[in-house]
Ligand binder design. Structure first.
Ligand SMILES: Nc1ncnc2c1ncn2[C@@H]1O[C@H](COP(=O)(O)OP(=O)(O)O)[C@@H](O)[C@H]1O
Ligand SMILES: NC(=O)OP(=O)(O)O
Length: 317
């Protein structure tokens, strides 16, 4: 990676991993990931140094479900182990996609690896008593009621699309593998803090213990961006720009805003919790962390244009 234009941490949204039909097969995911990687490699070709942080809500939920259903024949895996599994197979797909796209588009090899990443969270995080992160498949209201009764799941309606299991989503505090990530940065494209990182708590003796939770990948990407002193946090999702009055006749897209303006819009309730809100909150945190920091929220397809200042919603100090 020569003549670097800047260091960026990319947070990859659900549409970068799953088909519009939400097909849950590994084959469907790999097909989507391969296309996604062609856009990401376009960013590498523009001479940005990148790290990739992906989501894992649908995937970790399905691994947990499969493990629970098979528990009469093989021991169920703890939730944190399921999170590690999701990092492994999503990372594996991205590695394959990146390798193929690098060969096709850039024409040279750049090492790409997945770093199984642990993320320290606080045992006292209020999120543990207020589950909010949707995982796994969608259910009808009737199925949701049954799951609550029979399995003790907490079920919530997810943006008008049906009911999903929700789990605690504590804030990321410390990236355990940070030193390694920093050391590899110059030579290697890393898929790291996938699914927000495997949530672990730190015992008084320093031992780490996995906990049942899913960290928001936008917050994890933000923390990574601060730690590696990235120039930009690039949050890639399904929309080209963030809007005020989203999905109403008064909808207005935002181009360049300050962190203070974004905070005012947050207070006015413009961004849906669990979807756009964490992205804007992460963007604000990064923008405020250091003068010159830039956070961009845009679509995968518009990422390069947004990096060139032509589109996207850009949040700065
Ligand atoms: N104010 C807003 N402006 C733009 N999009 C919004 C807004 N509020 C909610 N959204 C929705 O949030 C989605 C992004 O959240 P989500 O799909 O959960 O993220 P991810 O891409 O990480 O999977 C957008 O595609 C859009 O449908
Ligand atoms: N961990 C995480 O934020 O996953 P999603 O993006 O799938 O919700």
């Amino acid at each position: 990676m020569n003549m670097c234009k800047g260091k960026i941490v990319i947070a990859l949204g659900g549409n970068a991993l799953q088909s519009e039909k939400n097909e849950a097969t590994a084959e469907a995911q790999l097909a989507v990931v391969k296309k996604t990687c062609e856009y990401i490699v376009g960013i590498v070709q523009e001479d940005y140094e990148i790290a990739i942080v992906h989501g894992n809500g649908p995937q970790v939920g399905r691994i947990v479900l499969a493990s629970e259903i098979a528990s009469n024949i093989t021991p169920a895996m703890p939730f944190d182990v399921c999170g590690a599994m999701s990092q492994g197979y999503i990372g594996y797909h991205i590695q394959q996609g990146m390798k193929a796209a690098l060969k096709k588009i850039v024409g040279r090899e750049i090492p790409v690896i997945t770093v199984v990443t642990q993320m320290v969270v606080s045992q006292d995080d209020p999120a543990f008593s207020n589950p909010s992160k949707p995982i796994g498949p969608f259910y009808s209201a009737e199925e949701a009621r049954l799951l609550e009764k029979e399995k003790g799941y907490v079920m919530k309606e997810d943006a008008g699309r049906g009911f999903r299991r929700v789990v605690p989503s504590p804030k990321p505090v410390r990236i355990v593998e940070l030193d390694t990530i920093k050391r590899l940065w110059d030579s290697t494209i890393m898929i790291t803090a996938g699914g927000g990182g495997i949530p672990v708590i730190e015992k008084p003796d320093g031992a780490l213990e996995g906990v049942a939770a899913v960290i928001d990948k936008d917050f994890a990407a933000e923390l990574l961006a601060e730690e590696v002193e990235a120039d930009a946090l690039v949050v890639l999702t399904a929309v080209e720009k963030v809007s005020l009055h989203y999905n109403t006749p008064d909808q207005r897209e935002l181009d360049r805003i300050t962190a203070a303006e974004a905070e005012a819009y947050i207070a006015e309730g413009h961004f849906a919790p669990g979807s756009m809100l964490p992205k804007v909150q992460a963007a604000v945190k990064f923008a405020k962390a250091k003068p010159g920091n830039k956070a961009i929220i845009t679509s995968l397809f518009k990422a390069i244009d947004a990096l060139e200042g032509k589109t996207g919603t850009v949040i700065t100090q």
